[in-house]
Design a protein around this ligand. Structure first.
Ligand SMILES: [Zn+2]
Length: 275
């Protein structure tokens, strides 16, 4: 059983937008600290997601065992090792990064290193928002440093609004969303290159908002999906109206556009008191 200093109790939130369609929450929860949803074609696991710490989402094709990751937060490797075997070393492809914030790509360097150490041989495709300098820096730097001894190829692909990327097992479509660089209620700030994704696995469609304020892209990422994974960072929308993230009620409303939804990326109360 996993233990974390931060109790991720609030991760275990699975909502059915259309009651009676799929599984009960109890069937879906595999252990104390993660959320899992599945149907006949795909298992979707969120081993950990807390704003400002890390978010990793693991999609596994039930027919092939192939794995796709959505974001690679700190601790992603530890969470993957909990799967109990090393197949993920070669089976992960692609990885899609929603944006370059540390809590979404912080585990990438570690995962690339582990794959090198374990002798991955299959090429790895990493999908990133166009201009995501943080991801590009990590990937390019890693390839450069290990140029002579890297047993697998790492490709990165810069995606923008409506871009597609298909493997034999995962069909990915990217949708631009609006996410500011820093948490601010003033309305000032720079928009990060940021994407939501729609992923087809067989006939199943999984949507992911990434980090976003309420915008048409967030709606497009989740509309009519079988499962929507939605950030619900803020308990309430700020009075100023300026939003870096979704509020709980906004996330719940977005979830109603999908058949089912999972809320992730909450902020523990303790973080709201800055040192
Ligand atoms: Zn972010």
């Amino acid at each position: 059983m996993k233990t974390y200093n931060i109790n991720p109790e609030h991760l275990r939130v699975i909502h059915q937008a259309s009651p009676g369609i799929v599984k009960s929450v109890n069937e879906s929860v595999v252990d104390d600290s993660s959320t899992t949803w599945e149907n006949d074609e795909v298992q979707v696991r969120v081993p950990f997601s807390i704003a400002g710490v890390g978010t990793t989402i693991v999609l596994t094709s039930k027919f092939t065992g192939k794995i796709m990751l959505l974001d690679v937060g700190d601790g992603a490797l530890r969470d993957l090792l909990q799967m109990g075997n090393m197949d993920f070393v070669n089976d992960i492809d692609p990885i899609a990064l929603s944006h370059g914030h540390f809590d979404h790509i912080g585990g990438l360097y570690t995962l690339l290193g582990f794959m090198r150490m374990m002798g991955r041989t299959t090429p790895l495709n990493i999908l990133i928002p166009k201009g995501c300098i943080q991801a590009i820096s990590v990937i390019k730097g890693y390839r450069e440093i290990h140029r002579a001894t890297l047993p697998y190829t790492i490709w990165y692909h810069e995606l923008s609004q409506g871009s597609g990327f298909d493997t034999d097992f995962f069909k990915v479509k990217s949708i631009e969303v609006e996410h500011f660089s820093l948490e601010s209620d003033s309305g000032e700030g720079l928009l990060e290159p940021a994407l939501g994704f729609r992923i087809g696995v067989g006939g199943t469609v999984v949507g992911y908002t990434g980090d976003t304020r309420l915008c048409s892209g967030a709606e497009a990422a989740v509309r009519d999906t079988d499962l929507a994974i939605i950030e619900a960072t803020r308990k309430k929308a700020p009075a100023s109206g300026h939003r870096v993230h979704l509020s709980l009620s906004e996330a719940n409303d977005l979830g109603k556009l999908a058949k089912e939804f999972i809320l992730i990326h909450e902020v523990p109360e303790a973080y709201l008191q800055r040192p």
